[in-house]
Design a protein around this ligand. Structure first.
Ligand SMILES: Cc1ncc(COP(=O)(O)O)c(C=O)c1O
Length: 392
């Protein structure tokens, strides 16, 4: 390995969100405990990004900043190289995050009577995106087939056919269940959206984090007929662990939709956010490739460790993201009891219930951390649950 994915970076006093959540629960940080919750990585910054930013600090002035041509070129080149997706520079709407962009899209295209379809279990801000922005939420839960999740196309078609439901918020790849939707699945969704005139907001923030054997397809590549009715949310933040830079790129091909969206979008990346994204897209691809190898290895570790020690737990196959979704419902524990067992064993994970009621009794484990950290966390997980007699 050319890069360091083994050193634990001490983030305890850095104001890091996932560490602050421990402080809020426990008042301080228990010794040797690393949280595996909020979706950022416990890895050092890619040297290409660090060096790029150092150069910027040495030479540039930090005034009010918009996208420059070099930035737009870097974004377009990344989309083409990693995703075979040709976009035009003017399609890029930079935003200070994907979550603010989901809200802006609902405000721009929704309205008081508009239903916004989502597929739980899902990343929690998807629930708020409709309600907090003047529309209402329509849930179309995924189907859990022994840990691998599928889309309920019948329920989706029914929801799409209701004339008040005008927006579909797609999560692709899907957080927290780790699915990378196939081209066929995306096409089927797209055909239903076309038939019933839906707009799609496709959150593809995890699109670079794909495991070997799987291919991410950008929604409008799978369904080109939807290009004029779709907002695609991308970002370098998950890919390169630079979420604190608050930079994302929302891609909208339709000029009227772009205009309406921009009117509702109130935040932009900062000067350093633009520069960090450019440095990442231009130079840090080799870092990402190694990072994906580490995630794949860590995913295998969770699979084999839990299979050996807690064989009744169901681990969803990781196709994309760095978030393992584990079903502990056979433990018979309530969601509160499960959480209590985890926390009292120094395991700060994301509790499944935050992703919707379908997630009760599940845990989401962030595996973007050094292998030895994950190994210790898994050992504590076994200690927390080894006395359980699983339900048949
Ligand atoms: C699916 C999904 N969308 C959006 C975000 C957050 O996006 P941002 O930090 O750009 O607002 C996350 C973070 O975990 C996520 O998993």
């Amino acid at each position: 390995m050319q890069y360091d994915f083994e050193t634990v970076v001490d983030r305890r006093e850095a104001g890091a969100e996932k560490w602050e959540l421990i402080r809020r629960k426990d008042g301080s940080f228990p010794d040797g405990i690393v949280p595996l919750s909020v979706a950022d990585m416990e890895f050092a910054l890619a040297p290409e990004i660090r060096d790029g930013l150092k150069k910027v600090l040495d030479t540039e002035v930090m005034g009010y900043t918009c996208m420059n041509d070099a930035y737009k070129e870097a974004v377009c080149a990344w989309m083409e190289k990693r995703h075979g997706w040709k976009i035009q520079k003017e399609w890029i709407c930079p935003s200070n995050g994907v979550v603010p962009a989901l809200g802006a899209a609902v405000r721009a295209f929704g309205g008081k009577d508009c239903g916004v379809i989502i597929m739980p279990p899902i990343y929690p801000p998807f629930f708020g995106a409709s309600k907090e922005n003047g529309s209402h939420m329509v849930e179309c839960p995924l189907i859990n087939r022994l840990g691998r999740y599928e889309i309920d196309f019948d329920a989706f078609e029914k929801a799409a056919a209701a004339p008040e439901n005008k927006i579909f918020l797609l999560c692709s790849p899907h957080n927290p269940v780790g699915r990378v939707w196939t081209t066929e699945e995306l096409r089927r969704l797209g055909e239903i959206c076309l038939k019933h005139d839906l707009l799609v907001v496709s959150d593809e923030i995890h699109f670079d984090l794909i495991m070997p054997g799987y291919t991410h397809t950008v929604f409008t590549k799978a369904v080109p007929e939807m290009e004029n009715r779709t907002v695609i949310c991308t970002a370098p933040s998950k890919t390169f662990n630079i979420a604190g830079m608050q930079t994302s790129n929302i891609i909208i091909a339709n000029p009227e939709m772009r205009e309406a969206f921009r009117k509702e979008l109130h935040g932009s990346p900062s000067f350093l956010g633009f520069r960090a994204c450019e440095a990442a897209y231009r130079g840090a691809e080799p870092w990402l490739d190694e990072c994906l190898e580490v995630i794949q290895k860590n995913s295998g570790l969770v699979d084999s460790f839990l299979k050996e020690h807690l064989p009744w737990a169901v681990v969803s196959p990781l196709e994309g993201t760095y978030l393992k979704w584990v079903d502990f419902t056979r433990s018979g524990l309530s969601k509160e009891e499960l959480e209590e067992r985890m926390v009292s064993h120094g395991l700060y994970l994301d509790e499944g219930y935050i992703f919707g009621k379908e997630g009760e009794g599940f845990e989401r484990i962030n595996i973007a951390c050094p292998e030895h950290v994950l190994q210790k966390a898994l050992e504590r997980m076994v200690e927390a649950l080894e006395d359980i007699v699983p339900a048949p």
